[in-house]
Ligand binder design. Sequence first.
Ligand code: ADP
Ligand code: ADP
Ligand code: ZN
Length: 213
Amino acid sequence: MKIIMLGAPGAGKGTQAKMIAQSYKLPHISTGDIFRANIKEGTDLGKEAKTYMDEGKLVPDELTVRILLDRVAKGDCKDGYVLDGFPRTIPQAEVLEKELEKLGDKVDYAINVDVPDENIINRMSGRRACLKCGATYHIKHVPPKKEGICDVCGSELVLRDDDKPETVKKRLDVYHEQTQPLIEFYTKRDVLKTVNGNADPKDVFAAIKEILD
Ligand code: ADP
Ligand code: ADP
Ligand code: ZN
């Protein structure tokens, strides 16, 4: 099963993608996590990606597509995957479609996690991320067991540089301009499913399960 997650920054794509991955035994692939891991390691890719990410802009398609195609070519992806944060532009979606076509394959579900813009800024300022293992928390809605510490790996949690309110506003604009058109793209392919993301995470997941089962 090949699933992609759509939705504004902070809509809960990552939270849901992890639950899907665990429940359906699929790899969870987040382009944002791949970029952040590279930034942490100080690679050239990380250095380039950071200049865009810090400004709330998208990393150029060419670079992003290369990273993603490398990742999905790995053995663990042969029976499917959950893509979280890719595609984010029409050209990215077109490349993915072409690559899958070569294999006689296609995206099975595009799950659109819908949350109004008003709720996004609050969610992002409360988000805390573990840069070591990619786990995400929310100080109010999804708190870690011990304040400031990752439940999974014990590392320190941080407010991402790009989750500060000024950058979030910019990211929302970028979302509406460049990513939202994917809703129509996948509607035309008859794979779009929208869920209300403005509910408790486990209720959002129940709605997704209903679609996938
Ligand atoms: P969020 O969890 O808020 O949706 P991500 O972790 O998915 O954010 O992405 C963080 C940043 O990484 C984006 O703002 C963008 O700069 C970059 N990025 C991630 N995925 C892509 C992509 N598919 N295309 C371009 N840039 C991307
Ligand atoms: P995305 O990957 O779309 O950027 P995340 O999954 O990282 O979004 O979620 C953004 C923030 O909102 C995180 O702090 C997360 O813990 C929190 N969150 C996720 N889902 C919900 C929800 N259904 N209700 C409230 N907060 C949520
Ligand atoms: Zn961790």
